[in-house]
Design a protein around this ligand. Structure first.
Ligand code: HEC
Ligand code: HEC
Length: 477
């Protein structure tokens, strides 16, 4: 704490009139003592009142008291937000493309149909998964993630840190090198232990690296915008009323080559998502709190503590909640992949086939890491910013409100019988969305998953309510 604190102006006693009669002297002493005490009390009250009004000036030892009484952040920082400029011409074209249903085979679906700006660019409804295809009857396999806060998503990699990967080593070899290494224990990583975990990338399985490459996925996915191939997209792009803007930007000559037009359209979609502030507002109540401008309610404050507490929610071990020292706001994801053992969503058509499993990083949609079975069941940790506004949770959309999600975290280890179904013989179908041979991949080391069967669950109902209140404070406004 470098802040200056007000000096106390308390005087222990006031001078007494000399030579006064003893009685008067005594009452005078009494009075001065009373005045002294009153001044002391006033000074203490004043000091504490001052701390309440200016929490950042209080000594560190009062942090908890300040939080409890005021809900303010005793250690505010200045957040460094991305600079917002007017959209470039490329991003403006991307914005038009994003909302343009004429790019889909049905003529009715745009990116915004599944990534609704009114729902933080996440699903527009609480359906488990969205429908698409030429007649919009094709059921998807996974729920659309929010597109907010992807601008800082690093490329996919495997290793101690995705950042310092040697890009020359093919992923499959890297994964092979990682085999046999113990997986990371986030809350209590043993010193010197090398964690080889997948991180970064886009989609629930990280199969695409860059926003630019990403859009060809939905444009050609038969359960989404359902174009047959790039040429079908190309044809539609040429018919757009704003095609001439693309020509102005890239030159008529260049755009005669179909693959170039396609690539430019993808880069426009990507530029829109990166440039537009709508995708990364950082204006939630929690951001305001971090900056010392807003106060959390008692429930939100308790929720924040439980969220961070390694013995309670331990949520922050994966959904990072602290800004960097230089003020880069937290994204509430470490962008790593985990196998949480989310229950099978038996409502999905594709799961009518008992032999079908969506195993995330090891396939079947993603193909390149199919042999790396240590990653079967792993999905990307999503941001929890704007999570409270969703109507559907987890990659397979199995849950529809945060209370169900919290119940899963709280009871999966201690009371799995309350999370997974039983078969006709009454046997518990634990981790029922992953083949038994891969059950060892499921996280049983990070709290709250490290508990033994029958243990007292770490969170009470009231705790769960508080964590949910905190997650609501992560909504953009
Ligand atoms: C029919 C619904 C649908 C449409 C239309 C759609 N998406 Fe998606 N989007 C999804 C689903 C589902 C996923 C997750 C897929 C997965 O992980 O395999 C997704 C994932 C993404 C992601 C990755 C998000 C992340 O967190 O990794 C981006 C970016 C994205 N979509 C952008 C777009 C763009 C741009 C368009 C328009 C060209 C589009 N989407 C059209 C459903 C849709
Ligand atoms: C070990 C890492 C880890 C911990 C600890 C963790 N999460 Fe998660 N969280 C994930 C992963 C991975 C997913 C995606 C799982 C999936 O869909 O299969 C996820 C998904 C979620 C979702 C769904 C988001 C969406 O868009 O669908 C919510 C909500 C959530 N977590 C909240 C919490 C809370 C609250 C806690 C603490 C009680 C917590 N998480 C602890 C890794 C973690």
């Amino acid at each position: 704490m470098t802040a200056s604190r007000p000096e106390s102006d308390v005087e222990p006693s006031l001078p007494v009139f000399k030579g006064a009669p003893p009685a008067l002297k005594r009452s005078g002493r009494l009075r001065s003592a009373a005045i002294g005490v009153a001044t002391l009390v006033a000074a203490i009250a004043g000091t504490f009142g001052y701390f309440l009004a200016f929490p950042s000036h209080a000594p560190a030892s009062l942090d908890r008291w300040i939080e409890d009484t005021t809900g303010a952040n005793p250690n505010p920082i200045k957040l460094v937000r991305p600079v917002e400029r007017p959209l470039s011409l490329l991003a403006q074209i991307g914005q038009k493309l994003f909302y343009d249903p004429s790019l889909s085979a049905s003529g009715k679906q745009s990116c915004a149909s599944c990534h609704d700006p009114a729902h933080s660019f996440g699903p527009p409804s609480d359906r488990d998964v969205q429908f698409g295809g030429p007649d919009l009857h094709q059921e998807g396999l996974r729920t659309p993630p929010s597109l907010t806060y992807l601008y800082r998503q690093p490329g996919f990699g495997i290793g101690p840190s995705a950042g310092d990967l040697d890009a020359q080593i093919p992923l499959d070899q890297l994964a092979q090198k990682a085999l046999g290494k113990p997986r990371q224990v986030k809350s209590a990583a043993a010193p010197g232990q090398v964690a080889m975990v997948p991180a970064g990338g886009l989609f629930w399985d990280g199969r695409v690296d860059m926003l630019m490459d990403q859009a060809m996925g939905p444009l050609m996915n038969p359960a989404e915008m359902a174009n047959k191939d790039r040429f079908a997209v190309d044809e539609k792009l040429r018919r757009l009323p704003y095609f001439s803007q693309l020509e102005t930007l890239f030159g008529k000559q260049a755009l005669q080559r179909p693959e170039l037009l396609f690539i430019e359209a993808m880069s426009a979609l990507s530029a829109y998502q990166v440039e537009s502030g709508a995708f990364h507002r950082f204006n939630s109540k929690y951001d305001g709190w971090l900056e010392g401008k807003e106060r959390l309610t008692h429930a939100e404050m308790r929720g924040l503590r439980l969220f961070n507490d390694p013995d309670k929610g331990n949520c922050a071990a994966c959904h990072l909640s602290q800004p960097s020292r230089d003020g880069v706001p937290p994204l509430f994801t470490d962008t790593e992949y985990e196998s949480l053992g989310v229950p099978r969503n038996r409502r999905l058509a594709v799961n009518g086939d008992p032999a079908f499993y969506d195993m995330g990083v090891c396939g079947p949609i993603r193909k390149d890491l199919a042999k790396q079975t240590q990653y079967c069941g792993m999905f990307l940790t999503p941001t929890l910013r704007n999570s409270a506004g969703r109507g559907v949770y987890f990659h397979n959309g199995v849950y529809h409100d945060l209370r169900q999600v919290l119940k899963f975290y709280n009871l999966r280890a201690a009371h799995p019988e309350k999370i997974y179904p039983h078969d006709a013989q009454g046997h518990l179908l634990i981790y029922d969305d992953l083949p038994v041979k891969y059950h060892a991949n499921i996280d049983t080391t990070d709290a709250p998953f490290q508990q033994a069967r029958g243990d007292e669950p770490p969170l009470t109902d009231a705790d769960i309510g508080d964590i949910i209140a905190f997650i609501h404070a992560l909504q953009d406004r």
